[in-house]
Design a protein. Structure first.
Length: 255
């Protein structure tokens, strides 16, 4: 706290200094950065940032793509990139992306190419990272992370040789705690993966290639490890671990 001398000059200097510090604080509080680039028809983008040194980047190319970025805190980073449609380079239609981050130094990224894809990322806490990459049509991904230093990566992609768009894949991720890590990769059509981790230092990976697979991983506790690998058609895997230090590995494929 300032201790001001009782003189006219000192009082004036104190007033000027206080005004300068108040203005400096206001300027610092407003140092958010938003960049939006849209090319095409009927695209829509909304960015709402409150706090200090938040960064938002939105790039949309095509028709009727929609994005929403909401950040509250400091040093958060959000990136949305939507484009690409069949053999028309860099064109996308009716994709939707939403990123909501509250806290400090969270990082959310969404890339979508195709038609009618939907991706949402919600992060509350500090230093969480969420990355979603979807290439195809009618795919959906939702990531929710609460806590600190959680990591999530979701990829839903074309079926090799990357000539046929991925269709109707679903990925859902919910992590609550600290230092949880998950990765979900789906290649093909009509696959669904669900990952729920609650606690600290849990690790999971889901990898599905083909058609009509379903995977569910639920881990409650600390330092649990789960992996699911499915290749072919119509496999189902459900893994549930409760406690600490559990390990589960599932691998399924067609003959």
């Amino acid at each position: 706290m300032f201790s001001c001398p009782q003189s006219m000059y000192s009082g004036l200097r104190s007033i000027v200094l206080t005004a300068f510090l108040s203005l400096s604080g206001l300027l610092l509080a407003q140092q958010n950065d938003a960049e939006t680039v849209q090319r095409g028809l009927y695209n829509g983008s909304t960015v709402d940032q409150k706090g200090y040194r938040n960064l938002s980047r939105v790039d949309q190319l095509g028709k009727s793509n929609q994005s929403d970025v909401d950040q509250d805190g400091s040093h958060n980073d959000a990136c949305v990139d939507q484009d690409g449609f069949y053999n028309i380079p860099n064109w996308g239609f009716y994709n939707e992306a939403a990123i909501a981050q509250e806290g400090h130094r969270n990082d959310g990224d969404i890339w979508q190419d195709g038609i009618h894809n939907q991706a949402r990322a919600t992060q509350t806490g500090n230093r969480n990272i969420s990355s979603t990459d979807q290439d195809g049509n009618f795919n959906k991904a939702q990531t929710i992370q609460t806590g600190n230093r959680n990591f999530s990566y979701v990829e839903q992609n074309d079926f090799p040789p990357h000539a046929i768009p991925a269709i109707l894949n679903r990925a859902y991720v919910n992590q609550n705690g600290s230092r949880n890590w998950q990765q979900t990769e789906q290649t093909g059509d009509f696959n669904k993966a669900e990952t729920l981790q609650e606690g600290d230092d849990n690790w999971s990976r889901t990898d599905q290639e083909g058609f009509l697979h379903y995977s569910s991983i639920t881990q409650t506790g600390n330092s649990n490890h789960a992996e699911t690998w499915q290749d072919g058609d119509r496999h189902i895997s459900i893994t549930t671990s409760t406690g600490d230090g559990n390990y589960a590995y599932v691998q399924q494929e067609n003959l």
